[in-house]
Design a protein around this ligand. Sequence first.
Ligand SMILES: [Zn+2]
Length: 700
Amino acid sequence: MQKTLLLLLMGLLIACTSDPMKNNPLLQEYDTPFQTPPFDKIKTEHYMPAIREAMAQHRAEIDAIVNNQEEPTFDNTVAAYDRAGELLSRVNAAFYTKNSADTDEQLQALAREITPELTSHRNEIQLNPVLFERISTLYQKRSELNLNPQQMRTLEKYYDDFIRSGAALSEQDKEILKDINTQLSNLSLQFSQNLLAETNAFKMVVDNEEDLAGLPESNIRAAASLATSLGMDGKYVFTPNKPSWIPFLQYVQNRDLREKLYKGYIMRGDNNNTNDNKEIVGQIVNLRVRRAKILGFDTYADFVLVNNMAKTPETVVSFLQRVWEPALKVAKEELAAMQKIADAEGAGFKLESWDWWYYAEKLRKEKYDLDEQQIKPYLKLENVRDGLFYVANKLYGLTFEKQTDIPVYNTAVETYQVKDRDSSHLAILYLDYPTREGKNAGAWCSGLRGYKKLPDGSEQFPLVTVTTNFPEPVDDQPVLLSWDEAETLFHEFGHALDGFFGRGDYDRICGALPRDMVELPSQINEHWAIQPEVLQVYARHYQSGEPMPEDMIQKLVNSSHFNQGFMTVEFIAAALLDMQWHAAAEEQSYDVNEFEKNAMQKYGLMDEIIPRYRSTYFSHIFSGGYAVGYYVYLWAEILDADAFDTFKEAGDIFDQETAGKFRKHILTEGGWGEPMDQYLLFRGKQPTEIPLLRNRGLLK
Ligand SMILES: [Zn+2]
């Protein structure tokens, strides 16, 4: 009801603006430093007309290719197609960046309105028979065209994209497919909006500070400040956002409250209210089966994996199982050790899933003598950021200059100019750290613009964004990160490096790593975060400036095996859940909770661990483009563990020859060839899962 009213108001707002094209900053040349989006001038009402105008321009560019009377050539068809849609990418990037990190009801309503239009726009292009005909003609005689390797790869990738989009189908099947695509994109959007609403709706209010015994002072202050901002002065508010619930589960002695907050987190989307996601999950899964079938695949998993390194569902599942077995064993040992602590304390109960963080923290202290709270003063946000910059400088010679005149979509965002070893301009980096109501959960790296070789031979340089949900600064206190958060920043920054370095004469192959390799650049970057010689540089006490003491560094390094049974099992459980959701060969009706239970029983998941994501808030696979793709983080860990070994084998974690090869074959040219071939060019031999098992302490 409210939504309808809002949409109506929005329509009026847009209708009243005299000429939305004129003076629309999204449609002008960006007259800003480094041609960055003029967020200071862009207003909500500019987005919709700009996106529609950009779609119209894109259509005109496609029409020009289609109506070209000359025989198709690589230049007049493939290269022209590759260049088309520049304005649309630019406008969309600004809109979706804002909408994912700093949204409000108006922007969300716009997203709901524009998403189906964008889907049908893409549908029309990818199902355009004349366009496909021209590309197909070139593909059939590709060996006679004298193409260079980049051109060949670009043509092959586009041909494959068209086939996978259904371009070779009958007219009737194309219509069915269009309808499936539209429904799927609407459902995905609804899924994520429901999830955001559910995350924002759950608030656990605690009246008395005594009930928070055990919780660190900084978390108590954050909860009090949130309560104040919600008009509940003197109380404490906790939410299902990570900076709130994780420390609560780790430290708060009150078991009932821990259970309550945990259930608030794991029941999101499963509360049988208007934001329930169960129905949507079933619909998405069935539509995906329908899509796979039309395109000639048995299951949706088969359809997705054929273009990945892994190639088949069997390869993925058997890989996951090879790590699952040893991990489950270790997790059971961890549980036994924690139960022993609980028993010794006279707890008098069998540990449940919401107890894991609390007793794991005790186990960490007992076994590794490491208290997260002692580490945090050494992980001031700015120091960790400088650590990222230090590593990128040592490996690749990059330098970072803070900018003050680049317009940003929220005042919390920092910007940097990134310069290459020879001081030439490389990219602009946007860093957006703090959690806020209008920001999607989690952390991600994205971009406002990719690298592009322009037709006149000049270059357009990338604008890369890194977004996290770190604690908001309270009063003038510095933000101190947990170890997990520091690693997250190294992770996302690894993606950013990929974004800075990706090159290619054509957009289609520029920085285009397949899904199960995309996490290699990010995950390998985490390795440097914990190297003692790197910690000595960035992990400095926020008050004294003293480097982290050596024994603390040693404890931190030792504790990297801590809780790995749990972490691995919780992760693989979610990856297997993803694989099972997409293994169906037929459409069917689903009881989502029942399905989830059976899926986990099949692999013998222990009761004390639930999958890292339950279906109703598994946004990676139901709204984030990672369907049949959650396994990739672990898959990429085979690669990152093996790739980091290359540096160790060279005897120097900053070995320049190895760094140079990694930059060239993976980060710069990763999209130019088959993924395993690119990896072999870097490494010279096939990777195995042994370094992964060793790093996680699962090798007994
Ligand atoms: Zn990542």
